[in-house]
Design a binder for this molecule. Sequence first.
Ligand code: SF4
Length: 334
Amino acid sequence: MAYKTLTTSSNDCWQQQMSDAVKSVAALCNYLELDSTQIFSNNAQLNFPLRVPKSFVDRMEKGNINDPLLKQVLPVSEEIQTIADFSLDPVGDLTAMATAGVIHKYHGRALLINTGSCAIHCRYCFRRNFPYTEFQLNIQKQQQAIAYLNEHHEINEVILSGGDPLLLSDAKLGELIKQMKDIEHLKRIRIHSRLPIVLPARINDSLLKVLTETNKQLIMVVHCNHVNELSAEVGVASEKMRHANIILLNQSVLLKNINDDALQLGLLSEKLFSFGIIPYYLHLLDKALGTAHFEVSKATAILLMQQLQAELSGYLIPRLVEEEAGMKAKTIIF
Ligand code: SF4
């Protein structure tokens, strides 16, 4: 079947763009003029199917099997290999589950798993094997989560995570934010989301109204790995968030043959900063089962950071970190 165009009208609402996301490797490869039989594995899709918004596909280069955005989403046979040290729960989320949907690892921060859904399926995801249906918040669990936050006065920051919390409807997000309003010891709400990058249409006026009806400081930590992800629409979405007084940070994952290059990392930092987004963390890969082919060694990562340090202003250099299960904070490597 011919797959003529993937171009998404910027007028399409984000829900329409979500339902129009590409879910077939054949369609993706047809558009990108690639031979699907040579490059992907159907078995790799069984538990974690392909999903990518069309506007993200439009940022990929046609005919380039090594496109850095394509490599983040294409299921390949390496994913089904079992490699020592790569596990289902690499960062110990399940053992840090304080109550359903609340992960409490670090002293002053707690993380809420709001949804298991994502707009894009990143093949390197550390939660790609997470049992979301068991833990994501429904009305009853949300009440338990809010009660937990109320009782734990040491928690001054809540992180909305997932999945992608911005896939919740405005009404559900609004209700959650409203319920946190009266928790006095809570100073900040931090949202971890890839949507401002992969589906910037989500950042619309009604979302910003809902998010800013809070007495807490708001931080949006976006997730971008490569400068090619930063389209003009992402720039517009970033500007809207900044005008709504939302602090913007970025976290990236260091990925083999995608962004393990000082020049590319430098370009990413420069462009993020031009959009008002501070490069915050560069993560070493979390060792989730199925992701070993993305791994960059710690020694190589340190060399890259040294190269960045020689080239960039300090505020453009993200901190190189790794997360180890059971630790009370992330380990800062550089
Ligand atoms: S958006 Fe985040 S949680 Fe979702 S698949 Fe990608 S890395 Fe994982």
